[in-house]
Structures are given as C-alpha cells and as structure tokens.
Design a protein around this ligand. Sequence first.
Ligand code: NAD
Ligand code: AHE
Ligand code: ZN
Length: 369
Amino acid sequence: MKSRAAVAHAPNKPLTIEEIEVGGPKEGEVLIEIKATGVCHTDAYTLSGADPEGLFPAVLGHEGAGIVVDVGPGVQSLKKGDHVIPLYVPECRECNFCTSGKTNLCQAIRSTQGAGLMPDGSKRFSIDGEPLFHYMGTSTFTNYTVVPEIAVAKVREDAPFDKICYIGCGVTTGIGAVINTAKVAPGDNVVVFGLGGIGLNVIQGARMAGANMIVGVDINPGKKEMAERFGMTHFVNPREVEGDLVPYIVNLTGGGADYSFECVGNVQVMRQALECCHKGWGTSVIIGVAGSGEEISTRPFQLVTGRSWRGTAFGGAKGRTDVPKIVDWYMDGKISIDPMITHTMPLDEINHAFHLMHEGESIRSVITF
Ligand code: NAD
Ligand code: AHE
Ligand code: ZN
C-alpha cells in the first residue's frame, strides 16, 4: 500500500515528505495506521549522523500511537481496530532477558532492529523501488508502519492519540527512570540535568515518588517555568553559577543528590551528574544518549566512595505490560501530559518540529496524520 511519510535520505538533511510503498504484515506482524507521533531528541540525534546505528535512507520516529489495520498470520494478542502504541523496546516474554526479572531489555529482535530491518531480515518500506531502512523497530514518521506483535502495546480506546503517543517514549522513559530504575523513595533529594521532554517527566516522576528537593539544571532559563509546574523546587542555570557547578549542587542539596538523572546526552554533564551525588550512597542514572565515539569519565574514587553510575532505556519499562497502565494513569489524571506537548502540527511541518527542538522553543512537538 501507499503511505505518506517523512523520509531521512541522508544525515543532517531535512526530511522529505513523500509517498512510500509499505509491504503488508508477515507472520507475527501487524500493520498500524499511525495517528500521531512525537518527535524525540533521539530522532534528531540519529538524523545528525551521531548514532553508530544510524542508517539512511530510513523512516525515523519512535513515539507513535495508532490503530491496527491488518494482522499477519499467527498474531494472537492483537486484532484489527485495536488502539496501540508501538514499542522500541519489545517484550516477547520468552527470551532470557524477559524472563530474568532483572531488565526490560528484551533481546528477541534487537539485532535486526539495530540493523534497520524487520525480524525476518527484510525491509518493508520502499520508494520508487529503492528500499528504506526501518528505525528502532517502529518507524512512526509514516502514516502506515509494520511492527512485530511483540513490539506493540494495546491501550484503551478512549485515550487521545495526539497525547498518548508521548507515552511511547518520553513519558515512560522519564517517569520509569525514577520509579523502575532509581526507585526514588519519599524524602530523597533529586537533581535533574536537562529539562526537556525527558527531564520534565523525571521531575513529574520524582514528585509522584515523594521526593523532597527536586533540583532542575538547564542552560536554558526558559525551561524553568514549565519545570516548576511539574514539581521542580529549585532551578540552577550552570551559566549563572560562579565557580564549579558540582560543589554548588552538593552544597545546595546538603551533601549531594540521593539520585541524579542526566537527560541531555552530554558526557561532561554525565560526569557532573555523577559527581553531584551524595558520598556513600548517591546514584546517578544516565538517560541521555551520547554520540558515536564519546565516552564518560570520572575519578574511580567517586565510585570507591560510594557513588553509583547506572543507565536506563525506556525507563526500565516492560512495554506491553506497563504502557497500558501508564495510559490509564494519564486518563485517570494521575500524571499530566498535555502541557508538555507545546506544539502539534501536520506531517508537512515535521522539519519545523526539529527546528523548535534545536532552538529550545518546544518541549514536545507532536505530528498528527
Ligand atoms: P530535549 O532537547 O527536549 O531536552 C534537552 C535539554 O537539555 C534542553 O532543555 C537543553 O536546554 C538542556 N541542556 C543542553 N545542554 C545542557 C547542559 N550542558 N546542561 C544542562 N542542560 C542542558 O531532549 P529530550 O527529548 O528530553 O531528550 C534528552 C536526552 O534523552 C537525549 O539525549 C535523548 O536522546 C535521550 N533519551 C534517552 C532515552 C532512553 O531510553 N535512555 C529515551 C528518550 C530520550
Ligand atoms: N543507537 C544508539 C543507542 C541509542 C539508545 O540508547 N537508544 C535508547 C532509547 S532512546 C529513545 O529515545 C535505547 O532503548 N537503548 C537500548 C537499546 O537496546 O538500543 C547507539 O549508541 O548505538
Ligand atoms: Zn525517544
């Protein structure tokens, strides 16, 4: 079938809106009509050429919501008409990662997914006969996409697509990092570096967990107001701090953060986030994605003296199990999403969404089809 899509032909080039060909679902796959998709910084990261797994030409996008319009042979858990969120971290419930009880990182299809292919090694997108790579197993910057059944969360039908698409990455990543990965406890002091689409959800999660101080750190003072709305208690602009940022935050928090979260993707900031943690027990969680070849460093003494470095993907969430619950939280008013979606626009304007992100003018832009 034909589908309107935003195609990434090469790194650092604008996406082009084109009609692509989408092949139907094969064994264990479903065809989804994407109704809305968020634009996450990770899409910009891959488009920039910094992603070692970045492939071109491709259909990017990983924060979508839509409706199942066709199912391949053998599909049991989904049917036509189901409302769904595609998952870039699948949940097969059978691999040794899924059954370990220790991680959300299902590995059932990770190798083909990272190679921009469907699990059978094929590509299902093409344009004028030229194949296009898939992206993160989801490729939501197209009106129709094909996704394996194990990478689809079925959600309630009364939830608005143009809001719950954000649960496909940013909301779940931020809240999940606090609840599933760090397990922040009431009274903990939390420091959040980067107050964008992820950091604000970390703040929201920290407030839900009953954190005491919630310190937000961002070089863009324009992010302060929205962060306060979600629970930030103190704002730090590193550019306005005299002297080193780390001792400033350690002092502000009365000895250091119980938990810090890096939501930028900058390896220098990752070091600051680790070193502002409390001696003896502070844990820093890396969420930000750093470019090809970049490495983190610190004095090992930082770890010897009790600080821990951790990381999290998709907030440690098991998508098919947890995402429908997070949609319920939204519909029940337990979490807020709407104010973070600062811009909604049609597919034709998707390059503007990237522009707004780079200029720090948006939190989340959502594309509606
Ligand atoms: P964003 O662009 O919305 O927000 C980034 C924020 O960082 C901005 O507010 C910016 O002003 C701020 N910032 C930039 N440099 C800074 C500095 N030196 N110190 C403090 N703040 C600084 O991006 P986003 O969508 O929130 O994504 C954030 C990061 O998280 C990206 O690296 C993205 O790829 C990554 N991410 C990871 C996961 C995961 O599962 N691990 C999921 C989603 C996104
Ligand atoms: N392809 C990059 C890594 C990118 C990355 O870390 N992706 C996160 C999700 S970011 C969503 O906005 C993730 O899920 N990682 C786990 C995984 O298995 O990819 C690289 O460096 O190669
Ligand atoms: Zn994302």
